[in-house]
Design a protein around this ligand. Structure first.
Ligand code: GLA
Length: 399
């Protein structure tokens, strides 16, 4: 973690809660999705990498001296402490507050038969919020591990439990991608997830490329409601296609060719949404093949096709994302670029020659700031390991 200031999270934990006896630290990373956007809830394919940006939670049983019977959670980022009696956790209602994530996780753990012990938590995160790099999943997975405090759970159950927390309590009908990659991420690899079978394979990326994410620094208010609308539009497309092809259960079952044979029978907006999903699924497979063949130009071209499809057919991009992608494509050493994550703000991800990264970052920041009067943040996307307990818990990068 060279270059990142390190601080003693256990020391901070002791200051906050009066004791660091029995403290453990858990980590869950954010992610950048390389390709396969809005395909996960259509049971298709995605290709994310886990980042070295992560949420860390220091936790210890809250016996004496902090007092029994309570769960306390402190968010360093919000500088906010909240507490609940363990007995009330099961019946809490969503508060439209950041604590909905940990409370949603607590409720899912309880439903799965895991008791929640009186505990103190200190949350420290280096995943920027609202950036489309999945700070929510990082918070869910790290909270689940903190509440489990070493009790074992199989990794897929962990990912699914955290997805349920977001769907049931937070109220976002998300797919499985973010929680899955936060659990299953691997150093040096992208992870191709089959969102129907929930299996995955590791994809070694060719040498001679790097991925850089650039943050628009905006998150438009539309993001949540538009996401739900897209989920509903995809369901409408499946219902329409089913009339002709009864075996179709999700857009995953529809090839681009078959889709074109029924597209005319769907309402135009629904047809465009579905066209994005079926072509995007196909692009994931083609991207993985191009990667295996070391065809960097084709990989870049597929990234741009993905963006155009999200921009025009799925309509989840925005002026800032389009501007960044269009600018990225004019910069030397860039193979391709696209928005990443849910859309309506957040980040683009750009594939480029490693030696071009420094100039790229400098140029795109300057051009974006001139246009939007805000400096974008830029992150090197280093494929990193999924959630795990941090054994050397003395050193956690400062946010
Ligand atoms: C959000 C959701 C994911 C996925 C992406 C879009 O990040 O949480 O499940 O649907 O949007 O690909």
């Amino acid at each position: 973690m060279a270059g990142v200031a390190e601080s003693l999270v256990t020391e901070d934990f002791r200051k906050l809660y009066g004791s660091a006896e029995g403290v453990r630290v858990f980590r869950a990373p954010g992610r950048v999705n390389l390709i396969g956007e809005h395909t996960d809830y259509n049971l298709g394919f995605v290709l994310p990498v886990a980042l070295d940006l992560a949420t860390y939670i220091a936790t210890a049983p809250s016996g004496v001296p902090s007092g029994p019977g309570k769960v306390r959670i402190y968010s360093e980022h919000r500088q906010e402490m909240r507490e609940w009696n363990t007995a009330e956790l099961a019946t809490l209602q969503p508060a439209r507050h950041w604590t909905d994530y940990p409370i949603g996780v607590a409720q899912e753990l309880l439903s799965a038969g895991f008791a929640i012990e009186p505990t103190n938590l200190l949350i420290r995160s280096t995943v920027p919020e609202g950036s489309g790099l999945s700070s929510s999943a990082a918070l869910e997975v790290s909270t689940a591990l903190a509440f489990l405090a070493g009790r074992s759970i199989d990794p897929l159950s962990l990912a699914r439990l955290c997805q349920r927390a977001e769907r049931n309590f937070v109220g976002m009908p998300c797919g499985i991608m973010d929680q899955y990659i936060s659990v299953f991420g691997r150093e040096h690899s992208a992870v191709e997830i089959d969102c129907r079978s929930l299996g995955h394979r590791l994809v070694a990326l060719p040498s001679g490329i790097a991925f850089v994410a650039v943050n628009t620094m905006v998150k438009h208010a539309l993001a949540g409601s538009a996401y739900k609308e897209r989920v509903a539009e995809c369901a409408a497309a499946v219902a329409g296609i089913k009339e002709k092809f009864p075996s179709v259960e999700s857009l995953r079952d529809v090839s681009p060719e078959r889709f074109e044979s029924v597209a005319h029978s769907l309402p135009p907006v629904v047809a465009r949404r579905a066209r994005h999903v079926v072509t995007e699924d196909a692009r994931v497979g083609r991207f993985v093949e191009a990667s295996a063949a070391g065809d960097l130009a084709l990989m870049g071209k597929l990234l741009v096709e993905s963006h155009r499809s999200l921009q025009h057919d799925y309509e989840v991009s925005c002026a800032e994302l389009d501007f960044l992608v269009d600018t990225a494509l004019t910069i030397d050493g860039v193979f391709g670029s696209r928005m990443t994550g849910g859309g309506f703000g957040g980040c683009i991800v750009t594939m480029l020659r490693p030696d071009a990264a420094a100039r790229f970052s400098e140029q795109i920041a300057r051009i974006y700031e001139r246009q939007f009067q805000v400096a974008p943040r830029i992150y090197a996307c280093q494929p990193s390991a999924g959630a795990m307990q941090v054994l050397d818990f003395g050193t956690i990068p400062a946010a």
